[in-house]
Design a protein around this ligand. Structure first.
Ligand code: ZN
Length: 239
């Protein structure tokens, strides 16, 4: 039973195409998962930016309330100052007011700083929200593209699998089971083109006898890697 290099080359081409299609079918969902992962990370970032801003606002509001109540306390002290009964009491109140005014000035600085910080945090939140929106749009684009591609790849895969069945049906029956065994395990590496006198799969040198068999269109399996061998185009009579 003979088999030409042309037939085996075609069979190998089909196997390679199947490997490529399966690889693309596997990569698609991974790309979708990666873009969805990016969205989840940015969701957390945006959530955190929102929370940080909220806390900063509460802290700033607290300080402002504190300042108001201290200012009221100073007004109280000033009222008492006007009705002080003794010099000593007057002086004590004056000292108290001076100390409180000093403390309030520190607090006012802190409030000013907290308002500046709030502005920055608000900018951070705006940017985080924009990044998130961008990532969501991108993820949705990726999903739409991959969903479309997957459908095409599935039908292409089915078509090429049909081609494989046809090509395999043409293999001579006396070594089909050997081929089937290798093909099941190794996919496209079940076949290898002979490069010079070397197996293209494992680079093992072939014997003169194996080369003769190949020229005579006899089936030859590489003794080293088990691949079904075929000659390069044009090296076989009738190629
Ligand atoms: Zn080999």
């Amino acid at each position: 039973m003979n088999i030409t290099g042309t037939a085996l080359r075609e069979l190998h081409r089909i196997h390679k195409q199947l490997t490529d299609l399966r690889g693309r079918l596997e990569r698609g969902p991974k790309q979708v998962a990666a873009s969805e992962g990016a969205v989840r990370r940015l969701e957390l970032d945006a959530e955190q930016a929102k929370e940080t801003l909220k806390k900063a606002r509460i802290a700033s509001d607290d300080k402002q309330l504190q300042l108001k109540s201290r200012e009221m306390k100073i007004d109280d002290l000033k009222a008492k100052l006007n009705i002080a009964n003794s010099n000593k009491e007057f002086q004590t109140l004056k000292d108290q007011i001076a100390a409180d005014l000093q403390a309030n000035s520190v607090l006012e600085d802190e409030i000013f700083e907290s308002l500046e910080k709030i502005d920055l945090l608000a900018e951070t939140l705006t940017k985080a929200d924009a990044d998130l929106a961008g990532a969501r749009a991108e993820a949705s684009k990726v999903k739409t593209r991959i969903d479309g591609e997957q459908a095409n790849l599935e039908s292409e895969l089915a078509r090429v699998q049909g081609e494989l069945k046809e090509a395999e049906a043409n293999l001579p029956s006396d070594y089909k089971s050997d081929y089937d065994r290798v093909a099941r395990v190794r996919g496209e590496e079940a076949l290898a083109e002979v490069d010079g006198e070397v197996c293209g799969g494992c680079f093992q040198m072939l014997t003169p006898n194996m080369m003769n068999q190949l020229y005579l269109t006899k089936p030859v399996f590489c003794k080293s890697c088990g691949a079904l061998l075929y000659l390069q185009e044009g090296r076989q009579v009738g190629d």
